[in-house]
Design a protein around this ligand. Structure first.
Ligand code: ADP
Length: 383
């Protein structure tokens, strides 16, 4: 992609702008009710200009419905939607001027690649020379300049999705909405396309609201992620924050593998807590986490744990638990162990696939060790 292509796409929509081309999006308590069911409840987020913001959650958690309210395809039952301070609730979808990319947003089969991408510009009455320039720049951005004459049946899935992306950004919309745009692609291509989408978004300074149920995709792409469950936001934050500091067991489990061991807080100070597992073992945390008293769940990610021989204890101050290896799963880059502790809990340990590591077999005893700094206490599961 050339610098010229980049500035040609950028300059068209925002002449003279030097900051991000995207606009700020203020979702103030968006609510959607179908029949007697509130499928999105009081969704609040202030999304900054040029921010990549993702809605992540299981199927049915209200992600698409939230996006459809922002797009204007679903009426807002309560709440407000503001772009740079202007309320859009009464503005029809085509007048909101947002770019959109959907999983099955088929590109027009009767138009070639060039005409597909030109479509939004022609609909806005852009002069011919400008259309040529903008389309060439957008196709250059998605690396499809050489396929401008092709029709959709002559394109791979990844290429078709690139056309959809070029069409969504060619008129430099203030906000781009994407709903599972990579859902139909295979894993490797999906990762490649994530890198491309991120690069385009950053270079153009676009504001993106992105829907996915794929936690790795959300973490890879986003400045911030809103984790949704049953129509509500469970937690919002930067990917690393949400992953390392989940607010509750739902977020902990949804963003990757999590060990959650029930027990009681024994003492809690600002710099850490002592926690007793139901079976009696005393463990420490480097921070109390959201739970500073009473019963709760000790949280630690599997990759923070190391497996050692029982006669090879870790250094002073490390948490330790002994158990019996019940299962090993070879996953390529890591070996995943299920270790049964005296209380009967199965603890998941992810060990990097390195020959220097201790790799016990099923049936063997092992010592699990980890740092209190990687440990937090979360509230108990709701009954
Ligand atoms: P997600 O995108 O997280 O999978 P959706 O926003 O598509 O979730 O759906 C959230 C809930 O709203 C689901 O229970 C779904 O069945 C319901 N729902 C979505 N659209 C409609 C509709 N048009 N009429 C009735 N219920 C709907």
């Amino acid at each position: 992609m050339t610098a010229h292509a980049m500035s040609a796409v950028r300059d068209h929509a925002s002449p003279g702008r030097t900051g991000p081309a995207g606009r700020a999006l203020d979702l103030r308590g968006l609510t959607k009710i179908y029949g007697s069911e509130t499928v999105v409840q009081d969704f609040r987020a202030l999304i900054g200009a040029g921010e990549f913001f993702s809605l992540l959650g299981p199927s049915g958690s209200g992600k698409t419905t939230t996006l459809m309210m922002v797009a204007g395809f679903a009426a807002i039952d309560a709440g407000q939607l503001l772009v740079d301070g202007t309320d859009l609730a009464a503005v029809p979808p085509e007048r909101r001027g947002f770019g959109m990319v959907f999983q099955n947003y088929a590109i027009f089969p009767h138009l070639n690649v060039f005409e597909n991408v030109a479509f939004p510009l022609r609909a806005r009455g852009a002069p011919k020379a400008l259309v040529r320039e903008k389309v060439a720049a957008a196709l250059d951005l998605v690396r499809l300049g050489h396929l401008a004459e092709r029709y959709s049946r002559e394109l791979s899935g990844g290429q078709q999705q690139r056309v959809a992306i070029a069409r969504a950004i060619v008129f430099q919309p203030p906000v781009v909405l994407m709903d599972e745009p990579l859902g139909a692609l295979d894993k490797n291509l999906r990762y490649e396309m994530q890198v491309e989408i991120k690069e385009i978004q950053q270079r153009l300074g676009m504001t993106v609201l992105y829907v996915t149920h794929d936690q790795e995709e959300a973490m890879n792409l986003s400045d911030r992620v809103a984790i949704m469950s049953r129509g509500r936001i469970e937690q919002v934050g930067a990917p690393r924050d949400v992953y390392e500091h989940p607010a509750n067991a739902f977020t902990a489990r949804f963003l990757g593998e999590a060990n959650l061991l029930p027990g009681e807080v024994v003492t809690a100070q600002a710099d850490g807590a002592a926690f007793r597992l139901a079976e009696g073992t005393l463990l420490r945390t480097g921070r109390p986490g959201p739970r500073a008293a009473g019963s709760g769940q000790l949280f630690v990610r599997p990759e923070k744990l190391t497996l050692r021989r029982e006669d090879d204890p870790p250094g002073e101050g490390m948490n330790r638990l002994t158990g019996t290896v019940r299962r090993t799963s070879f996953l390529g880059n890591v070996v995943r162990y299920a270790v049964e502790t005296p209380g009967g809990a199965l603890v998941t340990v992810d060990a990097p696939n390195m020959s220097a590591r201790h790799h016990p077999e099923p049936g063997e005893r092992a010592l699990i060790a980890w740092s209190p700094a990687d440990t937090a206490i979360l509230p108990p599961d709701a009954p």
